[in-house]
Design a binder for this molecule. Sequence first.
Ligand SMILES: Cc1cc2nc3c(=O)[nH]c(=O)nc-3n(C[C@H](O)[C@H](O)[C@H](O)COP(=O)(O)OP(=O)(O)OC[C@H]3O[C@@H](n4cnc5c(N)ncnc54)[C@H](O)[C@@H]3O)c2cc1C
Length: 438
Amino acid sequence: MQELTIIGGGLAGCEAAYQAAKRGARVRLFEMRPKTPTKIHQTDDLAELVCSNSLKSNTLDKASGLLKWEMRRLDSLIIAAADASSVPAGSALAVDRRKFAAFITSRLKNHPNIEIEREEIESVPDSPTIVASGPLTSEKLAASIQETLGGGFLNFFDAVAPIVDADSLDFETLFLASRYDKGDAAYWNSALSEAKYDELRDALVSAEKTESHNDEDVPYFESCMPIEEMATRGRLTMRFGPLRGAGLTDPKTDRWPFAAVQLRAENAEATMFNLVGFQTRLKWGEQTRVLRLIPGLQNVEIVRFGVIHKNIFLNSPSVLKPTFGSQMREDLFFAGQLTGVEGYVESAAAGLMAGINAARAWNDQEPLVFPRETVLGSLAHYITNADAKHFQPMNSNWALLPPIEPPAGRKKWKKEEKAPLYVQRGQEALENFLKAEG
Ligand SMILES: Cc1cc2nc3c(=O)[nH]c(=O)nc-3n(C[C@H](O)[C@H](O)[C@H](O)COP(=O)(O)OP(=O)(O)OC[C@H]3O[C@@H](n4cnc5c(N)ncnc54)[C@H](O)[C@@H]3O)c2cc1C
């Protein structure tokens, strides 16, 4: 039997390798770093988290929480690594990124069915393959994918938030709290008065930005919009987004501030912090100047500057099946952000489904299409059924799942009623599906 080639040792490629290998496939996993770097990755690690260290909600009131439950049920390597390397982050699952990557590397290195090669693959092989080369796929491989599939790549801009040195923060001014006291008090917060908020907004709007080309042609993905772009959209846009003060009681006033900037620990030792929602394309000198306007950050030192870059993904509705197999070749699969799912966990989820199905092909079994009632199945459904002309990457969210109608006489569910219903239905659907599949 020919071995299974997996291109890309990111979140999707590592999860796919693990899932395929545990089902008996012989896997060769190719990662081009460190020989061929990308513009964004900073380390040689497999499964490097390129920006935030948060894998989002870990509770079952959010679709991303249900997705994690489903992935745990399917023995996901990425979620196991996150659980083993978690740092306090309220109701979110955030990780120490080096420990996270080390856990994954060691599990894959020690697997008898997996070989890891540090090499760039320049063209799509003619043998069984999963392409999981991510939004920063090397140019030669991207050209080869284009040629193989005939369908176009789409692109947009993505932005990375700055990471700052904990020793440069003034913890007397900041206060520790999680929004609405959910989970542990895991975020350090800077309270902004109305005047301070306006000063910060003016500075963001007028600060110098890095040059970028084709901005008008390429839309920002809304949840990764640069903070200065948000500031430009309207006076209160940031206050209704990442800078909202609601739910954050400042112990100095016993009230919610007008607005707030949140900092989340970047590693287990909390020696670095990530500025929540502060993705930016400001020039590096400007980033320091502007962040120093924030109370508690007056002496801030940035250890990793925010950047902006192009992000590519396939026009999946016209080239992929909900099995993550390609429409043109039975033995060619795609996984990860490249397929138009958006986010760390979603990318790993796509790797999980592609890995399972590539192994099933290896074992001469029919591929699986996960039930629509699960977040896994809904992501697969979305990327293959969305409008191909306007296709955009998507995070997990309840709107992707088939709606559960509210009782007669009511237009919609209350927020707290809705999640438990979707969760129960999704969990049952997955259990029944797994039982039926043996
Ligand atoms: C700048 C940026 C910031 C992001 N921030 C976040 C965030 O904060 N939170 C979030 O949830 N999501 C974020 N995302 C989206 C997404 O979750 C990540 O991109 C995620 O890493 C995607 O996982 P992946 O496995 O598909 O790709 P990657 O993790 O990028 O893995 C792909 C791997 O393939 C390798 N590779 C590429 N070409 C080749 C080749 N030809 N041969 C061999 N190896 C190759 C790369 O070196 C890389 O290691 C961000 C994306 C970008 C680009």
